[in-house]
Design a protein around this ligand. Structure first.
Ligand code: THU
Length: 139
């Protein structure tokens, strides 16, 4: 799979970042199995914990428009190295994305990226199958 176009969209999405506290801008571009791309940027808040990462902005946009299945996400930050998604974003991605096949593309620019699976980023994930009525003992 060629990720050049998806990377370009993540780089462009970074321009919309609202990051007045960290000054660290992040862009993401999420490819749905429908073929549509949903972009996201980080949106910070004066109450720091209310900050939303670029990856979650992208997947929340997509899910809110009816998408449920995804192929890959590009993450691109203001740092000069591959930027891995935070733990909260990994967990949110794991709700909808197949751990073994979903590709997380850590991109510096269009020719410099590293692809890893969600399984590599989130081993031993807590998944919906671990949370079924009857699968645990009710007091
Ligand atoms: N951030 C993201 O948007 N995605 C990541 O993968 C890592 C961190 C944002 C959150 C915050 O606005 C800033 O980067 C510094 O942590």
């Amino acid at each position: 799979m060629e990720y050049r176009e998806l990377i370009a969209q993540a780089v462009a999405a970074k321009k919309s970042a609202y990051a007045p506290y960290s000054h660290f801008r992040v862009g993401a571009a999420l490819l749905a199995k429908s073929g549509r791309v949903y972009t996201g940027c980080n949106i910070e808040n004066v109450s720091f914990s209310a900050t939303n990462c670029a990856e979650r902005t992208a997947i929340f946009k997509a899910v809110s428009e009816g998408e449920r299945e995804f192929e890959a996400i590009v993450v691109h930050g203001d740092n000069n190295d591959y930027l891995p998604p935070c733990g909260i974003c990994r967990q949110v991605l794991a709700e909808f994305c197949d751990l073994e096949s979903f590709q997380v593309i850590l991109a510096n620019h269009e020719e410099d990226y590293r692809a890893v699976t969600l399984a590599q980023l989130l081993p031993g994930a807590f998944l919906t199958e671990n949370f079924k009525p009857g699968n645990f003992t009710e007091e």
